[in-house]
Design a protein around this ligand. Structure first.
Ligand SMILES: *[C@@H]1O[C@H](CO)[C@@H](O)[C@H](O)[C@H]1NC(C)=O
Ligand SMILES: *[C@@H]1O[C@H](CO)[C@@H](O)[C@H](O)[C@H]1NC(C)=O
Length: 720
C-alpha cells in the first residue's frame, strides 16, 4: 500500500466520497430501472447481460409527492436563501447541520392525492452561526425564513462531516500530542484518529461543543481499530478548532500487533490459510423482472403494499404512508403514517478515563443516514435489487448525492408462507403450501467502526418485520495481557481478551423506532392484552389452571410505559376503536418483540439520563410534530431533559387519539474471539403484525409455485 499522509481514514473516505459523487452526478443520463420496457426485458431473458447499476442523474429531479425529500435544486435554493439572510450576512462562521424537508402538516398530507398539485415546499434548517444554534423554517416558494423557537434546551445539533473531519486533524496542532505519539513508537504518518462524541458528564464540559479524539496506528493494516494508542485522549473544541486538553494514561500499554487484523478479501489471501469449503454461486433470478415498481422516485408498490420511501440524514430511511390493499374489499387501508429509527444508544461498560464517555447516540450525534455508505451490489443486496440514492447537504449547504444508499429487493429465502398436509388416515391427499416472498428495504450505516444493517421487510400477509443487524469492527482496548492466565481477576477486564493485547469491551446497542401507527385512520388506542394464570375453582375441571387474556386500554401515557416480562406476558395492540370486523373485533396491529435487551444502567447515571428513552421497551405518546427524536432534537452533549421519557411523564391522554408507538430493540454484547478482527452479523428484530385487521387469512388466495413458472438455470445439476 502506498504510504502517504493518511491521518484520518474515516474522514478522508467521506470527503473522497463526496467528490466522487459530484463527478458521477455530471455524467450523462442513463435509463432508470422502471423505464425499461417489455421488449428490453424479453431481450434480457434471452441473453442476460451483466446487470449494471444505473447511475441516476439528480440535477433535474423534481419533487412529486408532499413527502419527497429535498431535491438537488431545492437544497441549492435553501442555501441561497439562507446565506443571504441577515443572520448569516454578518456572521464570521456558520455551518448548516441539517437541511431536510419540513414535512407538511399531517392532515394536509393525508388529504393529498396523486394528481393533486404539490403542497408548498418548505425546508427545515438547523444552523450554527457564530457559536449559536438556530432552527429555521424556509419557504422555498416565497423565500421567507421563519426562525423557530425551540426553547431553552441543552445540547447541540448533529455534527457535520466537516466537524468530524476537522476534529481528527486538530490534535496535530499540538507539539505535545505529536511528541506523545512518537514516544509511543507510532510514526505520525501512520496515525488514524476517530472523533468520539463526549456525552455529558457535568459542568466542566458545558457551554462548549467538545469532542474527544483517540488515535490508532495503521502501520501494516487497514484495520487500525485493532491497534489503539491506549489511554491517549485529546479533547477538541469543535467551534474554535483548538485542543482543550490532552490526557495520556496509557504509556505502558503496548499497541497491539497488526498480525491477523486484515479483513479485506484481497489482503487475506497470502496470510490466512483458508480451509472453508466453498459454496457454489447462488442468486435470485427474476426473468420477468421484479414485481414492485418505484413511482416518481419514492413511491414503492409491491403486492398489496404501497409506501413512500426516502433516505434521511439522521434517521437513515423513513417509511411513510404505508398502506395495504385489502384482498377482500380491494380498499387501500392505512397502517402506518411514518416509521423510522429515531435514535441509537450505545453505552460501553468501562468506567476508566479513556472509556467512560463512550456512550454514543449514533443518529443524533453522527447522523445514521450521513454515515450510510453506498451498498455493495451483489453482496450487501442481491442481484435483483433496486438502488436509491440520498441527496443531502454538506456543512456549507451544498447538495451532494450519496449513491446506492438504500436498496429494495424481493427476497425468497425458501421459507413457507402457509401450509397444510393431510395424513392418510383422513383419506385425503392434501399437500398445500405457499412460498414466502417478501419485499426488503435495506440500508447500512457505518458509524466509524460499527456497521448497522436496517431492514424493513414487508410481507404479503400484512406483517412488517423490522430487523437490525450488527457487524463491522469492535471498539477495542489495548492491554499488556497476552493470555488470560496473566489476568488476576477475569471479571475486572471490562470485556474479553480477543487476541494478544486486545480486549473487546462489553457494550449495549439500543435502537429506538418511531412508529406513527394509523390503523385504518389516525385515531387509535393502545391495548395491553395480558395473559394471566387462572386457577379453576374446586370441582370445576380436572385442570387446576389455565391462561386467560385480559384486555386493558391505556388511558394516558403512563399506562403505556412497558417493560417486557417473560413471566407476565402481554400482547401490545394498536387498535382502531372506531372500526370493527364483521364479528365485532376492533381492527388492529400488534407490536411483536423478539430477542431483545434492556438497559441495566443506573437511571441517574449521566448516559442513562440522556438515553432515558430506553428505560422502557415500549412507549406510546400522542402525535406531536415536535416529538420525533427520542433523545431530543439536540442530542449532542445534551443533559437528557428533552427525551421521550420526559415527554411521556406529562401523562397526556392517548385513548382514541392519533398516537405514536415507540419500540426499542436492544442487544447486550459481550465480545468473543469470533468477533475478531471483524464481526459476523448478529441480528434481531421485531414485527408489526395485523391482529383482527383482516377478516381472514389475507394470503389465502395466493397461488403456489408451479415448475413451469420458475426460471431454469442450467449451469449445474441440483444438489444430491
Ligand atoms: C505534528 O505532526 C504533523 C505531521 O507530521 C505536522 O504536520 C504538524 O505540523 C506537527 N505539529 C506540530 C505542532 O509540530
Ligand atoms: C409538543 O411537543 C413539544 C416538545 O416536546 C412540547 O413543548 C409541546 O408542549 C407538545 N405539545 C403538546 C400538545 O403536547
Amino acid at each position: 500500500m502506498e504510504r502517504r499522509k493518511f491521518l484520518s481514514l474515516l474522514s478522508l473516505v467521506l470527503i473522497t466520497f463526496i467528490v466522487f459523487i459530484f463527478i458521477f452526478d455530471n455524467l450523462p443520463s442513463s435509463t432508470n430501472f422502471h423505464s425499461v420496457n417489455k421488449a428490453a426485458v424479453e431481450l434480457e431473458l434471452a441473453q442476460p447481460p451483466p446487470r449494471k447499476l444505473t447511475r441516476h442523474v439528480h440535477v433535474s429531479d423534481m419533487a412529486s409527492h408532499p413527502l419527497d425529500p429535498l431535491t438537488v435544486q431545492e437544497v441549492n435554493r435553501v442555501r441561497s436563501i439562507v446565506t443571504t439572510h441577515a443572520l448569516f450576512k454578518t456572521a464570521k462562521k456558520y455551518a448548516l447541520h441539517s437541511v431536510v424537508l419540513e414535512e407538511p402538516q399531517k392532515p394536509s398530507v393525508l388529504r393529498w392525492k396523486e394528481g393533486d398539485p404539490l403542497l408548498p415546499r418548505k425546508a427545515s434548517v438547523i444552523a450554527r452561526v457564530d457559536g449559536g444554534t438556530h432552527v429555521m423554517s424556509v419557504d422555498l416558494g416565497s423565500g421567507r425564513v421563519e426562525m423557530v423557537d425551540v426553547g431553552e434546551v441543552s445540547g447541540y445539533p448533529t455534527m457535520t462531516i466537516e466537524d468530524m473531519n476537522t476534529a481528527t486533524f486538530t490534535p496535530l496542532e499540538s507539539k505535545e500530542f505529536n511528541r506523545t505519539v512518537v514516544d509511543r513508537g507510532v510514526d505520525l504518518e501512520d496515525l488514524a484518529c476517530l472523533p468520539i462524541s463526549t456525552g455529558w458528564y457535568g459542568k466542566k464540559e458545558e457551554k462548549r461543543r467538545l469532542i474527544k479524539v483517540q488515535c490508532y496506528s495503521m502501520e501494516d493494516t487497514t484495520n487500525f481499530y485493532m491497534r489503539p494508542i491506549e489511554g491517549l485522549t485529546v479533547i477538541v473544541d469543535m467551534d474554535t478548532n483548538q485542543v482543550v486538553e490532552i490526557s495520556d494514561n496509557g504509556k505502558d500499554i503496548p499497541i497491539p500487533k497488526a498480525a491477523n487484523t486484515e479483513y479485506r478479501f484481497a489482503a487475506q489471501k497470502n496470510n490466512i490459510h483458508h480451509k472453508i469449503k466453498p459454496i457454489n454461486p447462488i442468486s435470485i433470478e427474476q426473468p420477468k423482472g421484479p414485481s414492485f415498481t418505484v413511482e416518481n422516485g419514492h413511491m414503492i408498490k409491491w403486492a398489496n403494499w404501497e409506501f413512500h420511501l426516502k433516505p434521511d440524514p439522521r434517521a437513515g430511511v423513513i417509511i411513510s404512508r404505508a398502506m395495504f390493499r385489502d384482498p377482500d374489499t380491494e380498499e387501500l387501508r392505512n397502517v402506518m403514517y411514518k416509521g423510522m429509527a429515531s435514535e441509537l444508544f450505545v453505552p460501553y461498560m468501562d468506567p476508566s478515563d479513556a472509556w467512560y464517555f463512550k456512550t454514543y447516540m449514533d443518529a443524533g450525534e453522527y447522523g445514521f443516514g450521513l454515515t450510510a455508505m453506498p451498498l455493495d451490489p451483489l453482496n450487501d443486496c442481491p442481484r435483483n435489487a433496486y438502488y436509491m440514492d440520498g441527496v443531502f447537504a454538506a456543512g456549507d449547504g451544498r447538495p451532494y448525492v450519496r449513491s446506492n444508499m438504500v436498496c429494495v429487493f424481493e427476497s425468497y429465502t425458501g421459507d413457507i408462507g402457509w401450509r397444510h398436509s393431510e395424513s392418510p388416515i383422513t383419506g385425503m391427499e392434501i399437500r398445500e403450501a405457499r412460498p414466502k416472498v417478501t419485499l426488503v428495504v435495506r440500508m447500512a450505516a457505518s458509524v466509524a467502526n460499527y456497521d448497522y444493517i436496517v431492514d424493513w421487510e414487508f410481507q404479503t400477509d400484512g406483517v412488517v418485520k423490522i430487523k437490525v443487524g450488527l457487524s463491522g469492527i469492535l471498539m477495542v482496548k489495548a492491554t499488556p495481557y497476552t493470555n488470560t492466565n496473566q489476568v488476576p481477576n477475569h471479571d475486572d477486564l471490562y470485556g474479553t481478551l480477543l487476541s494478544e493485547n486486545v480486549i473487546g469491551v462489553i457494550h449495549d446497542h439500543f435502537i429506538t423506532f418511531y412508529l406513527d401507527m394509523d390503523v385504518d385512520g389516525s385515531d387509535n388506542s393502545f391495548v395491553k392484552v395480558n395473559l394471566k394464570r387462572q386457577q379453576t375453582s374446586p370441582g370445576e375441571s380436572p385442570r387446576t389452571s389455565y391462561l386467560k387474556a385480559t384486555r386493558s386500554t391505556a388511558k394516558t401515557e403512563k399506562d403505556a410505559q412497558i417493560k417486557l416480562k417473560l413471566y407476565d406476558p402481554s400482547e401490545f395492540h394498536v387498535i382502531n376503536p372506531n372500526k370493527k370486523t364483521r364479528v365485532g373485533n376492533p381492527v388492529g396491529y400488534k407490536v411483536v418483540p423478539a430477542g431483545t435487551a434492556a438497559s441495566l444502567l443506573d437511571l441517574e447515571d449521566p448516559p442513562q439520563k440522556r438515553g432515558a428513552f430506553t428505560n422502557n421497551q415500549i412507549w406510546v405518546t400522542p402525535y406531536n410534530r415536535s416529538e420525533e427524536w427520542a433523545g431530543g432534537l439536540f442530542v449532542y452533549q445534551s443533559h437528557g431533559e428533552d427525551t421521550l421519557a420526559t415527554w411521556s411523564e406529562r401523562d397526556r391522554e392517548i385513548e382514541n387519539k392519533d398516537i405514536v408507538l415507540w419500540y426499542t430493540l436492544g442487544f447486550h454484547h459481550i465480545p468473543c474471539q469470533e468477533d475478531f478482527p471483524i464481526m459476523p452479523t448478529v441480528s434481531s428484530s421485531f414485527s408489526l403484525k395485523p391482529v383482527n385487521f383482516f377478516e381472514r387469512n389475507p394470503i389465502l388466495g395466493m397461488p403456489p409455485n408451479f415448475e413451469k413458472d420458475l426460471p431454469v438455470c442450467q449451469a449445474a445439476s441440483s444438489a444430491s
